[in-house]
Design a binder for this molecule. Structure first.
Ligand code: DGJ
Length: 717
């Protein structure tokens, strides 16, 4: 059992962590501890009242909500820190609540989060029930425990049991109070084409918000973050990691104050409000956390295992397609003959899936028109899409196709027929981005329409892979469909509509692999990963930039999610060394290619065939191995990492150097996970190494010229 409830204490245990809640006066759950396993006598005490603090009860001056570490904090009732839940009573105008604890229970498994993506697997759940007598609402806090991966997930549900109308003004799914200390924050920040660069900053006193208001988890701020001890490194020290199973606007809030650090993650208070009428309930999306006493690397690996085992579709572990994607080769200039030639050449070099990207439907000859009209363009496909796909298959290759179902171009039949189906405040012109508007996914009629058109378009056609794109952020986020009092729910209900569509799509096309994309990694999050086996990591395919993006992503996400293509962006693959470097960068995830295969000479094709063979030899490690970061490209002059399998019999080591290093710096790459009892052979050179030698490290001399990559594939003999 992971959850033990007694009259004065609740403990949650995972394989390596302990979470303790103490019942203050037997009635109020107070967070006491989250970290490595310790004994009862090492647990800290509950904080006592401070000057100026309102007392916890009229007859008890000893404690105050001001510094008690409640499991969840409520607005307006003596806890002056950032709040987890703010509920407005519309009948009185008061936004003060004080949820009193009623009971604690536990059960095997978990509750479904209807309409939302959530983690699934072997688990146990703790449920704390609270009630606020004035608003007559009942709050349930859920802690779902994934023992083996050291992950605990949190979410809440709120039910209006009374007759008043309530409005949720702030909703955080997870709230955790840590003691005072010197902490660092690792967050994944960036911009379009430079998403998820890892930044490590000291946490100073005050309130710090990492958030997206873009209606997408965004290229700019990812919901994943870590809080670490100031001295923690890859292999030692306390590291707490957090993430949110959601793809829309979010808030991660970190506040360092008089008695410690409050950490929260959830929907927040800016892009979200929710009306709760009498009898109605609301479920928050799930947030997850893990802890490691063995540093940042282990916290990442906990998250990787958790994502692989409980989030990603079950097909995750299967061999992945190696695609040739048409985008960077021809952009919108789709033409049947060229597509078939691509498919034929791709098959010859050993690529197994040809993907036809944007530009194949309606009036879509550029990004001005056609989005929303999911019918193949008759001039391109006079015999229909089905006949074309059969021809592709006859070349001995699988077929994939691009879609962007949530969007519409004003120049489209769909928009002309239904201008009321886009997000907009009716009194203002909606802003366009990439000449497109956002469909009102909060309107079930719109969702049903998209289902029907995709169903009709692809019915009976053997499509092996879909790339689902989303190419703008959401401004003018008002649903014309929702009643006035629910307009504030637009962004949340938009996401529910998107998840409904994704759920339907997965059932309708169960055999096709779904790759997610939002102009690259604009929705690189656990919500999307619930449906998508892998995500297009970034639109930036230049290897020297990918190094940073892939390194940053690795803090929270396993390599198996990072779709990586070798592309000839800016002519980067035009010489042998560069082609090799691009490949070495791309084997940080499922491999693909993206260039005009009709324009390369045989020597490049031969090199690609060799790369594919090599990738297949490492694929199992890439998809399921344990990932160890060795060098950080933002602080070191190179990026280095290794991936190892569970019994330590196979290890893939990678060294990537973007820039010339005239000092020819020596780097020692220590494979501390190697077994001292095994002897290894590097299959690429046939050199032999003892396990201890690998533990001591491979010495690499940096190269004086740029784009220098090395790989070692060690197999135990
Ligand atoms: C953005 C994607 O990230 C690209 O790979 C490509 O699919 C384009 N959209 C197509 O419009």
């Amino acid at each position: 059992m992971s959850v033990i409830i007694s009259s004065d204490k609740i403990t949650i245990e995972t394989k390596n962590t302990l979470y303790v809640i103490k019942m203050l006066e037997g009635v109020l759950p107070i967070h006491l501890y989250y970290g490595k396993k310790i004994n009862e006598d090492q647990l800290p005490d509950i904080n006592k009242t401070r000057s100026f603090s309102p007392y916890f009860k009229i007859d008890n001056k000893e404690y105050s909500f001001d510094n008690l570490k409640q499991e969840f904090s409520f607005y307006g009732y003596g806890d002056f820190r950032a709040t987890a839940l703010r509920v407005l009573d519309l009948s009185s105008g008061s936004d003060i609540t004080n949820y009193a604890f009623k009971e604690a229970r536990s059960f095997l498994g978990r509750k479904e989060l209807s309409g939302l993506p959530y983690s699934e697997g072997e688990c146990e759940t703790l449920e704390l029930v609270y009630e606020d007598s004035v608003t007559e609402s009942e709050l349930h806090l859920y802690y779902t425990v994934f023992y083996d991966t050291d992950v605990i997930s949190r979410y809440f549900s709120l039910k209006n049991n009374g007759n008043k109308e309530l409005k949720i003004l702030k909703a955080m799914s997870l709230s955790l109070d840590l003691p005072n200390g010197n902490y660092d924050l690792i967050s994944l920040r960036g911009e379009y084409a430079h998403e998820r660069t890892a930044h490590r900053d000291p946490i100073y006193g005050g309130n710090h918000r990492i958030m997206s208001r873009r209606g997408a988890s965004s290229h700019h701020f990812n919901p994943f973050f870590m809080v670490t001890d100031r001295n923690a490194d890859e292999e030692s020290g306390d590291a707490y990691a957090f993430n949110f199973v959601y793809s829309g606007s979010f808030l991660d809030e970190i506040e360092l104050g008089q008695d410690g650090l409050r950490i929260m993650t959830g929907l927040g208070d800016e892009c979200f409000s929710y009306l709760l009428k009498s009898g109605e309930s609301f479920n928050s999306p799930e947030a997850v956390m893990t802890y490691s006493e063995n540093g940042i690397g282990q916290a990442s690996r906990n998250m990787h295992s958790f994502v692989r085992e409980t989030i990603l579709p079950k097909s995750n572990n299967k061999k992945r397609p190696i695609v040739l994607n048409s985008w960077e080769a021809v952009y919108f200039n789709i033409n049947q003959k060229v597509m078939l030639d691509f498919a034929e050449e791709a098959a010859k070099v050993g690529i197994d899936t040809f993907v036809m990207d944007d530009g194949w439907f309606g009036a879509r000859r550029n990004d001005n028109a056609g989005l929303g009209d999911w019918t193949p363009t008759p001039e391109i496909f006079p015999d229909g899409l089905g006949a074309f796909v059969e021809k592709v298959h006859s070349k001995g290759i699988n077929f994939g196709i691009w879609i962007e179902p949530e969007m519409v171009n004003p120049d489209s039949n769909l928009y002309r027929a239904h201008p009321e189906w886009v997000l907009r405040d009716e009194k203002r012109e909606p802003l366009r981005s990439r000449h497109q508007l956002v469909l009102d996914m909060a309107n079930p009629q719109v969702v049903e329409y998209i289902k029907e058109s995709l169903d009709k378009c692809f019915d009976g056609i053997d499509i092996n892979y879909f790339k689902w794109d989303m190419n703008r952020n959401i401004s003018n986020a008002i649903s014309p469909y929702l009643p006035i009092e629910r307009k504030g729910e637009t962004q949340f209900r938009y996401m529910l509509g998107v998840y409904e569509l994704f759920g339907w799509f997965k059932k309708r096309f169960p055999d096709a692999m779904l790759e997610n994309c939002s102009g690259g990694g604009g929705r690189y999050d656990l919500g999307m990963m619930k449906y998508s086996t892998q995500i297009w990591t970034s639109d930036n395919t230049e290897a020297k930039y990918r190094v940073y993006i892939q390194h940053g992503s690795s803090y929270g996400y396993p390599m198996s999610t990072m779709s990586c293509h070798v592309s000839n962006c800016h002519g980067q693959c035009e010489d042998e060394r560069m082609l090799d470097y691009c490949f070495k960068v791309a084997v940080n995830g499922p491999l693909g290619y993206e260039f005009n295969i009709l324009k390369v000479d045989q020597s490049v094709k031969d090199a690609i065939s060799k790369q594919i063979e090599e990738y297949r030899a490492y694929e199992e490690l890439i998809l399921n191995g344990d990932f160890y970061r060795l060098k950080n490209p933002t602080v070191d002059r190179c990026y280095a990492y290794y991936i190892a399998n569970a019994d330590k019999s196979e290890i893939l080591l990678s060294y990537l150097q973007n820039n010339a290093d005239p000092d020819e710096t020596e780097h020692i790459l220590k494979i501390s996970y190697a077994s001292p009892d095994l002897n290894y052979r590097n299959t690429l050179t046939n050199e032999r190494f003892s396990g201890s030698a690998l533990k001591d490290g491979i010495t690499v001399k940096a190269d004086a010229s740029e784009r220098y990559g090395l790989m070692w594939h060690f197999v135990a003999e």
